[in-house]
Design a protein around this ligand. Structure first.
Ligand code: ADE
Length: 248
């Protein structure tokens, strides 16, 4: 997967490849990230890339000439890439959107700055707008880095087996179960017995039950949307019967 980021802050975006899974993905060749700055296409002495909005209002906008030139250069570099503008006006990034983006061969992520960009650039050069949440950031760079990180995890061969299992829990539309490491008792709190039992079926059942309970509590919207399959119903019934029996 090749990702070209159009940004006035290339050094900020480059940091995404310095550590963690994106770094692994880049080192393995599964992911290539490069940047293009609109400032490199500025023609005047001051290398201007912004101007005041027509009709007044606060702040400055990115001017169309330099931004369009940078996007066009990115398109030439990465033929056939989907062009996404990072923007609070965009479609909210979620699991399904990340999957779809990870399936693309190449992406161009355009980062706005200031109050936004000239709308004619969106009309002519942008395929889709993507938001990472209902809040306004000072620019699209952090959003682009979120997209790159989420995609890197999904590229073939990047995650080891253990982490793929965690990812599978999200495939089942559930949040993750609690995790514990040594020591087995810390500040008087013991690790649940089942995790130290060596009984892998019991451990997996406990984890599945925890995922159901965590999701129902933290994200009831996800829980209801997912519904209860036979396995979940059986786990919850067994747990309910167990607590009813032990609470008498
Ligand atoms: N740029 C500014 N705010 C943003 C957001 N919420 N998501 C993506 N890009 C942005």
């Amino acid at each position: 997967m090749r990702v070209t980021v159009v940004t006035l802050f290339p050094e900020l975006v480059a940091a995404v490849g310095d550590s963690g899974i994106p770094r692994v993905a880049m080192e393995s060749g599964a992911l290539q990230v490069d940047t293009i700055s609109p400032r490199d296409f500025a023609v005047n002495r001051h290398r201007t890339v912004d101007d005041r909005p027509f009709g007044g209002g606060p702040g400055m906008l990115m001017i169309p000439e330099t931004l369009a030139a940078a996007i066009s250069a990115a398109k030439k570099r990465t033929i056939g890439a989907r062009v996404l503008l990072m923007s609070p006006q965009g479609r909210r990034l979620d699991r399904a959107a990340v999957h779809a983006l990870a399936d693309e061969a190449a992406l161009i992520l355009v980062c706005g700055r200031y109050e936004g960009i000239d709308h004619r650039v969106i009309d002519t050069l942008v395929d889709e707008q993507v938001s990472i949440g209902d809040y306004v950031l000072s620019g699209g760079e952090l959003g682009a880095m979120v997209v790159i990180d989420a995609i890197a995890r999904r590229l073939p061969g990047v995650l080891g087996d253990a982490e793929s299992v965690v990812q599978d829990s999200f495939e089942a539309q559930l949040l993750d179960h609690p995790h514990y490491t040594r020591p087995d008792v810390w500040q008087g709190m013991a690790v649940p017995d089942v995790l130290r039992s060596g009984d892998h079926r019991a451990i997996e059942a406990w984890r599945e039950l925890q995922r159901l309970c965590v999701t129902a509590t933290a994200r009831p919207d996800l829980f209801y949307q997912r519904g209860l399959d036979e396995r979940a119903r059986a786990l919850l019934t067994a747990e309910w019967l167990h607590s009813a029996a032990t609470n008498v």
